[in-house]
Design a protein around this ligand. Structure first.
Ligand code: TYM
Length: 354
C-alpha cells in the first residue's frame, strides 16, 4: 500500500467581511499548516456567484480575502495563493463531478437547504451544484488535507463520496494508465486516482458562535454586526462587541465539563483558547471561578493583540492592489500548471481524445 503525497488545500469565498469564525476556523489553521506542508489557498470567486450573481465590488472582495491571507502570515512564495477563476480546470473537473455525483447525494446537503430557504425553485443551479465544484477545487490538485470550520464537514464527506465513486467506476481504466495507487478505505483495498480527503476541523473553535446567541453560528449574513467580530474591526469595535457579548450570570467553571449547557460561556472560552493557541482546559485552569467581568477584559486584550496587527497589515496591503493582483497572477499560473496535469490524466482515464 502506498499513500498520496500530502497536500493541503482550502478556500474562502469573497463574500462579505471576514469574521473571527473564518479566522479561527480556517485562516489561522492555514498559517499553522504551511510550516510543514505544501499548501494551496484559494479565493473561491466562482463559488461567490452561487448565492448572488452580480457583485458590485467583486474585485475588491477578492483582494480583501487575499490581503487577509497575507496579513495573517501565509507565504505566497513558498505556497500557492490564487483566485479560483484564474484556473478554469476547477470548473471543468466540476462538470465531470456533476456527472459522478447523484442527485440524491446533493439533496441531502443541509447548506443548500439553509441557503436556498423557502423558495427553492428560485435558487440557482450553481447553488445546488456548489459542493461538486468544491470537490473539484480540492481534487484537481489531488489534495489530501482540507482545513475548514465544522460547517463544511458535510461538503467534504461528499467530496470523499465523489472521489470514491470516480475511483470505483473508472477502476479498470485507471489501472492500465499507471496513474492510480493502492490505498485502503476502511478495510477495503481500492485502486485510487483521487485521494480520500481528510477534513482538518479539530481545535478549540471549529464552530465559532454568534456573540449574541451561543446557539447560532457566527456568520457574515447575520443582520446584527454585534454578533460577530470582523477582521477589519478596530480596537474600539472589538472591545464594544466583547463587552456586549451575551453571557450568563455564573462564574466560569474550572473544568470543560462545566461548559455543558452554557453555549455563550463555551463560545467565549473557545475563542480565547483558539486565539491563545491553548486548549479550553488550559483557559479554564487559569480563569475557573472568575466572573465574566474579569474574563471579558482579558479576552478583549488578547483579541486586540492578535487581530490589530492583521487588521493594520490588511489595510496596508489594500492600498497596493497591484501587488495583490501580482500575487494572485503568480499563484494562478502555478496552480494552473498543476491542475492541467491532473486534467490531462483525467481526460486520458475517461478516454477523451486529445
Ligand atoms: P466560507 O467562505 O463560508 O468560509 C471560509 C472558512 O471559514 C469557516 N467558517 C467558520 N469556522 C468556524 N466558525 C464559524 N462561525 C465559521 N464560519 C465560517 C468555514 O468553515 C470555511 O472553512 N465552501 C467553502 C469555501 C470552499 C472550500 C473549497 C473550502 C470552496 N471550495 C474547497 C475548502 C475546500 C465556504 O463557503 O467557506
Amino acid at each position: 500500500m502506498t499513500e498520496f503525497k500530502p497536500l493541503v488545500f482550502s478556500g474562502v469565498q469573497p463574500t462579505g467581511n471576514l469574521h473571527l469564525g473564518n479566522y479561527l476556523g480556517a485562516i489561522r489553521k492555514f498559517v499553522a499548516l504551511q510550516e510543514n506542508n505544501d499548501c494551496i489557498y484559494c479565493v473561491v470567486d466562482l463559488h461567490a456567484l452561487t448565492a448572488q450573481l452580480v457583485h458590485e465590488d467583486m474585485a475588491t472582495q477578492i483582494r480583501s480575502i487575499t490581503a487577509a491571507f497575507l496579513a495573517a502570515g501565509i507565504d505566497p512564495k513558498k505556497h500557492i495563493v490564487f483566485n479560483q477563476s484564474q484556473v478554469p480546470q476547477h470548473a471543468e473537473l466540476a462538470w465531470i463531478f456533476n456527472c459522478v455525483a447523484r442527485i440524491g447525494w446533493m439533496n441531502r446537503m443541509t447548506q443548500f437547504k439553509d441557503k436556498a430557504g423557502k423558495d427553492r425553485e428560485q435558487a440557482s443551479l450553481g447553488l445546488y451544484a456548489y459542493p461538486s465544484l468544491m470537490a473539484a477545487d480540492i481534487l484537481v490538485y489531488r489534495a489530501t488535507h482540507v482545513p475548514v470550520g465544522e460547517d463544511q464537514k458535510q461538503h467534504l464527506e461528499l467530496a470523499r463520496d465523489i472521489a470514491m465513486k470516480f475511483n470505483m467506476d473508472f477502476a479498470e481504466k485507471i489501472r492500465p494508465t499507471g496513474l492510480g495507487i493502492d490505498i485502503k478505505v476502511g478495510d477495503e483495498p481500492v485502486h485510487a486516482y483521487f485521494p480520500m480527503v481528510e477534513p482538518l476541523i479539530d481545535g478549540p473553535a471549529p464552530r465559532v458562535m454568534s456573540l449574541k446567541d451561543g446557539t447560532k453560528k457566527m456568520s457574515k449574513s447575520d443582520p446584527s454586526d454585534l454578533s460577530r467580530i470582523n477582521l477589519m474591526d478596530d480596537q474600539d469595535a472589538i472591545s464594544k462587541k466583547i463587552r456586549k457579548a451575551k453571557t450568563d450570570p455564573d462564574a466560569l467553571p474550572s473544568e470543560t465539563e462545566g461548559l455543558k449547557g452554557r453555549p455563550e460561556a463555551d463560545n467565549l472560552v473557545g475563542i480565547f483558547a483558539a486565539l491563545a493557541d491553548k486548549s479550553k482546559a488550559d483557559v479554564l485552569s487559569e480563569f475557573g471561578g472568575q466572573q465574566f467581568s474579569v474574563f471579558k477584559p482579558a479576552l478583549i486584550d488578547l483579541a486586540v493583540e492578535v487581530l490589530a496587527p492583521i487588521n493594520a497589515e490588511m489595510r496596508r496591503l489594500m492600498e497596493d492592489p497591484g501587488h495583490i493582483d501580482a500575487v494572485l497572477r503568480d499563484g494562478g499560473e502555478r496552480a494552473r500548471t498543476r491542475a492541467e496535469k491532473t486534467m490531462n490524466e483525467v481526460r486520458d482515464i475517461i478516454g477523451f481524445v486529445r
